[in-house]
Design a protein around this ligand. Structure first.
Ligand code: SAM
Ligand code: DTB
Ligand code: SF4
Length: 363
């Protein structure tokens, strides 16, 4: 039977070190390799066993009742030349999304100010580009500096980057770059034909080399198999180091895209995916991303129990809607959860015996 308690170590030395260490908090975890079969075995656990393990891992590293809030803004909407089959912003599909120019800096900063006042701690700016041109980066760097000056963390997602562009963004003080692997290498070709999996990995390496935190996850409900979902998680978890932030999107079906009409994913399979992201990437922020508006409160609560500790907060994602901020505040209050004001620092192995995150938790 497949071992489901730990990833496969790369070397004998790491293997013996890994065996001696506890399953989740080991210092060898970032060097350990998850085989797709290991991840499939996690998917096959009874749901209660999987959730119990995920919650244990979650509590070893985070305050289980804290949620980080990121607000998204589409700073350049539509007209994208890529053909991602899920995306309403691709020129290849007739979805009614019209192509806009890059927003003015002042309007972006006004939106960031509103997000801050509403309680967000991170502001994410998304552009529907295959890749930005160098001339686009000047205003975007201004936006990053302006948003940072408000005390918000910054994230941008602009498509593929050249090494000098990643460095430029790092010099402007960018905290996170979002670029998703989206799905497994095997299924990828059925979803996107205009750029390769390796293109995505190259950009992620450039972001990492520039010293920017990596926000990288994927999208489920595309019609992929469980093994292909496991393949995505294995790819993410085997990045060395794995991403600091892992958005898990559930497909929002938009009329006009080729994926409209795809059979919806079993909600428990979505919860399992969150739990497995938590177990395989213990210190990452796991973000319950697109698709939340289609979930009821109980399902979202299960996702938090499974280890999700970040959400997109604000009435709009990029082109589709998100739960109203007021509804999210009420949900968090009903669950006894609270918004994380700033970056949640993962608890280290010497963390407080009460399961707190450090001295500030005792105030
Ligand atoms: N153009 C950039 C790129 O592709 O990297 C940035 C924006 S793109 C919209 C960011 C991510 O949003 C995609 O990688 C995908 O995971 C997610 N996404 C896009 N459309 C979606 C949809 N209809 N439902 C769920 N997630 C979606
Ligand atoms: C991510 O993984 N999900 C966000 C963010 N990164 C940029 C985008 C979700 C988009 C959902 C479809 C839309 O609103 O257009
Ligand atoms: Fe373009 Fe990004 Fe949409 Fe793909 S996901 S079509 S790259 S905006």
């Amino acid at each position: 039977m497949t071992e489901v308690t730990s990833p496969t170590a790369r070397t004998d030395a790491q293997q013996s070190a890994g065996a001696a260490a506890s399953s989740a908090a080991s210092t060898t975890e970032s060097r350990a390799r998850w085989r797709v079969a290991d991840v499939v075995a996690l998917y096959e656990l009874p749901l209660n066993d999987l959730l119990f393990r995920a919650q244990q891992v979650h509590r070893e590293h985070f305050d289980p009742n804290a949620v980080q809030l990121s607000t998204l803004l589409s700073i350049k909407t539509g007209g994208c030349e890529e053909d991602c089959a899920y995306c309403p912003q691709s020129v290849h599909y007739d979805t009614g999304v019209k192509a806009d120019k890059l927003m003015e800096i002042d309007s972006v900063l006004a939106a960031a100010r509103a997000a801050k006042e509403n309680g967000a701690s991170r502001f994410c700016m998304g552009a529907a580009w295959r890749n930005p041109k160098d001339r686009h980066l000047e205003p975007i760097k201004e936006m990053i500096r302006g948003v940072k000056a408000m005390g918000l963390e910054t994230c941008v997602t602009l498509g593929m980057l050249e090494p000098h562009q990643a460095k430029d963004l790092a010099d402007a003080g960018l905290d996170y770059y979002n670029h998703n692997l989206d799905t497994s290498p095997e299924f990828y070709g059925q979803i996107i034909s205009t750029r390769t999996y390796q293109d995505r990995i190259d950009t992620l390496e450039r972001v990492r080399d520039a010293g920017i935190n990596v926000c990288c996850g994927g999208i489920v409900g595309l019609g992929e198999s469980r093994r292909e979902r496991a393949g995505l998680i294995a790819q993410l978890a085997n990045m060395d180091p794995y991403p600091e932030s892992v958005p898990i999107n559930n497909l929002v079906q938009v009329e006009g895209t080729p994926l409209t009409g795809t059979e919806a994913l079993d909600p428990f399979e979505f919860v399992r995916t969150i739990a497995i992201a938590r177990i395989t990437m213990p210190r990452a922020m796991v973000r319950l991303s697109a698709g939340r508006e289609q979930m009821d409160d109980a399902l979202q609560a299960m996702c938090f129990f499974a280890g999700a500790n970040s959400i997109f907060y604000g009435d709009q994602l990029l082109t589709t809607s998100n739960p109203q901020a007021e509804a999210d505040r009420k949900l968090l209050a009903r669950l006894g959860m609270h918004a994380e004001a700033a970056q949640q620092m993962p608890r280290d192995a010497s963390g407080c015996e009460h399961g707190c995150d450090g001295p500030t938790m005792h105030n």
